[in-house]
Design a protein around this ligand. Structure first.
Ligand code: NAG
Ligand code: NAG
Ligand code: NAG
Length: 404
């Protein structure tokens, strides 16, 4: 069967523009990379064939050997090294900067490697990386790792989906580490940040303030209950799908409206609570109906908790909302008042019993007290006091501290 001439022409045009890609298995002297695929991007400007791309998938390596062999591929532009068990990214995996500099490396994918520790200097000597993927790892971050990405000043995309340790556990301690990493790194060129599936429960408003050029922020599939994001003046797309946000407060809404380029806000699959407490749902609903030009699918956002579960938020009337506030404070107050009344009654009954007991046994108690009284009068303390008085009498002076 013949292809129409137009299709042939199109294919030829694409091929000649992009240059052909030649795939080979990597040379044997590159220890650890033998089972990887090395490719060369041929184009008219570079007649000599270099290795431009290295792809290693699911080799289950437990050492750094392969990554260290990258120093033998100085022309590399793209690296995909995924599906290993390397635990720790040592310092200078991409070279030591004195002789080795991977200047043309722009794309690095290190996903699915069980990476727990990343050294401050792990990413040195690869200064032109634009896209870095560290998805699905077990990174344990703390304050001491704060400058991890500082050697990648041109980084535009950072992918950290399910990247942190504790992801999927109730602890979810990734929030604090995240802030320290972002603040120390000065990755001001960053435009796209992926943070899905990290079990994030809250994000401090200031977390992203060191990323002045961020345009796309992906926070879906976390457990966020609040959406307060300061700064981010260039933000265009904000994905917060499948979190636990109960409503947006007036302050959250004001801060979103201030972001003048915002054009996508995805709030689908959140745990919207529809109640009339402090008019928060009616305010949220009014905003969905009148403002909120950037909210995705806004007429389909649904209450998931409370009496109005299943209802579309934009369809709620004031009558629907009236009386849906559970008023937990009043319940608590009356409960604590009941508790203190019961305590008072019990205490007064005990007090009364004690008084009655003393009254009934008053003769016995008096006898016991007078029996105890005699030995006390003969005790050493009484003698010292008598002695002191005698001194006073005999010398006609005030008793000194020593005698008392
Ligand atoms: C990097 O790319 C530039 C432009 O393609 C090329 O001239 C240069 O030789 C490359 N450097 C290395 C170390 O591959
Ligand atoms: C950098 O690495 C090269 C190649 O591995 C080595 O020959 C050189 O001694 C190293 N330089 C330093 C300062 O470590
Ligand atoms: C929602 O996010 C959780 C992780 O927080 C994930 O396990 C779950 O599959 C997601 N649900 C949907 C419908 O995407």
């Amino acid at each position: 069967m013949d292809f129409p001439f137009g299709v042939w022409l199109l294919c030829w045009t694409i091929a000649s523009h992009q240059g052909a890609v030649f795939s080979i298995s990597c040379p044997h002297h590159m220890v650890g990379l033998e089972n990887c695929e090395c490719s060369s991007f041929e184009n008219a400007k570079t007649p000599v064939r270099h290795i431009d791309e290295v792809v290693c998938r699911n080799l289950g390596h437990t050492s750094h050997q392969a990554l260290e062999s990258l120093r033998l591929v100085p022309h590399i532009q793209r690296l995909e090294y995924t599906g290993n068990d390397i635990r720790e990214l040592a310092a200078n995996i991409f070279g030591n900067c004195s002789q080795i500099h991977l200047v043309n490396l722009t794309y690095v994918d290190l996903s699915h490697n069980n990476i727990e520790i990343i050294h401050g200097q792990s990413f040195h000597c690869a200064p032109n990386v634009r896209i870095l993927k560290l998805n699905y790892n077990k990174w344990r971050v703390d304050g001491s790792h704060a400058r991890i990405f500082s050697s990648m000043p041109h980084l535009q995309e950072l992918h950290l989906r399910a990247a942190f340790a504790g992801t999927g556990t109730p602890a979810g301690g990734s929030t604090i580490g995240l802030r320290s990493v972002l603040q120390g790194s000065h990755i001001v060129a960053l435009r796209k940040l992926h943070l899905e599936e990290n079990d994030l429960q809250f994000v401090d408003g200031q977390t992203f303030c060191q990323l002045p050029n961020l345009e796309e922020l992906y926070l879906s599939d976390n457990r966020l209950t609040k959406l307060s994001l300061d700064c981010l003046d260039q933000l265009r797309d904000l994905y917060v799908r499948n979190n636990s946000i109960p409503w947006l407060t007036e302050e959250d809404i004001r801060s979103l409206e201030r972001k003048k380029y915002l054009s996508v806000l995805d709030l689908r699959n959140n745990q919207f609570q529809c109640t009339d407490c402090s008019a928060r749902t009616s305010h949220f609903r009014d905003w969905l109906l009148t403002g909120s030009r950037f909210v995705v699918d806004k007429s389909r956002l649904t209450c998931t908790k409370g009496r109005l579960a299943g209802r579309k938020i934009t369809s709620l009337t004031d009558d629907d909302l009236r009386g849906t506030c559970p008023k937990p404070h009043h319940d608590q107050k009356s409960r604590s008042r009941t508790k203190s009344i019961i305590t008072a009654v019990i205490l007064s009954v005990i007090g009364l019993l004690v008084v009655v007991f003393i009254y009934i046994n008053r003769h016995g108690i008096q006898k016991t007290l007078s029996k105890w009284g005699k030995p006390i009068r003969n005790s050493a303390i009484m003698k010292r006091v008598h002695f002191g008085y005698r001194n006073m009498n005999s010398e006609n002076s005030a008793p000194t501290m020593a005698t008392l």
